[in-house]
Unconditional design. Sequence first.
Lengths: 378, 111
Amino acid sequence: MNKVITINLNGNAYQLEEDGYEALRAYLEAAARGLAGNPDRDEIIADIEQAIADKFRAVLGANKTVVVSKEVKDVISQMGPVQDDSGPAAGAAGQGAPGGGPAASPGAPAGAPKRLYRIREGAQLAGVCNGLAAYFGIDVTLIRILFAVCVLSFGAGVLLYIVMMFVIPAANTPEEMAAAQGIPATAEDFIKRAREGYYGGMKAFGDRRAFKEWKRQFKRDMRRNAQQWRQDWHQRWAPGAPPHPGAWAFGSFVGIILAALSLLCVFSVISLIVTGGVLGFFPPFGMPLWLAVILVIIFFKLVKWPFRVARYGAYYGDHCCPGGPFSWFWHTFSWLILVLFLIWFANHHSVMAHDVLHRVSHEAHRAVDAVRDWWDQQ
Amino acid sequence: MSINEKFTAIRKGLLEFLVLKIISADKVYAADILTQLGSTEFATQEGTLYPLLSKMRREELVDYEWKESEAGPPRKYYQLTAKGREQLRDTADYWRKISGTVKSLGQDIGP
């Protein structure tokens, strides 16, 4: 006893055995895939459904109301694989147009799971903002500004960031990277497509010529899939073109500043532990040493942030971040503005901050004088 | 490699020419085209013919009208457009030239 499924083929109702239904569904799906990009796809599919309906009608009679699986398979092999290598769409899909295939179309196609990951590539701290930006598809600068605002309001942002840092996994493997951005071009997808194509072909096994034709087609499709996959892969994960020499020099210069800042950070922490203060600034009474150390490290991280973005941008161009070749410049600029605003805000609204800034500028003057004296003695 | 396989590409290239020729003789249904081709070396399946017809319609070589049939829904009834007739003439000229070339080059091979 076999289960029977009723289908609607271009407005005609037919009853098929379950296996036959599966075969027909696979055939029509393969046809729709083969015609992807064809402007008349729906019309052609409707025509094909009508032709299949006509062939089914021919095998049915007054005493026969169900199309058995073998008949469905015979009809499918009579129809032959749907080939669309005549139009301009097919020519374009074969070569150098990664946007042409259904797999590479932008905007997360169905079946491509999108998950929240931390993305360390191009990250400033632990990649939380980067991951959030990729997940929601918005500019990372906006997320960072939002976080900075949260930090201003009673340090909630810091807590939130630290919690997310531990809760959200980092994207380490390419598959996770793809899932973080919602790109379906993974090995799994590739294999799935390969398998579908393979079983689609097995159905044409009866007819030797059709089978041969299918085999060639299948191989060609798979080669094309593999090629496209590799291309997508390279485009996304390989480092971009060698950077411009000017960008390289700029990057190196920023690198030196970063190194100096790192040294200064280490020096500050040591100074804090040994003398209990940094450059004449002492933490408020009652603040535990560990908290002061963490605050100093966070402070230096924040100061280094724009330089790191600038260096990354100089080395990798816009490879990492969407928004054009100068997005890194915009990132840095907006961040510097924000930092300056915060300093200005603190200077005006907090006596302590005002004092600290005053002292820092005083210390800076003294440091510059010391360096000048040392230079004069040489 | 058999002769049949060697000429796969040529048959494929000539298919459009033959479809134009078949439609030029009389208005036809897609099924009629398949029947006429079926008894020749150019036997074709729906899976190939339908995308081809759709492409030819996009290129304005053929046009169709819906026609009621005795059984089932209305069918597409194909005919050539002026552009299609022009292309058929050009292709036929070219084909005559090619077959003339095949005949004239080298040794005469047959009756």
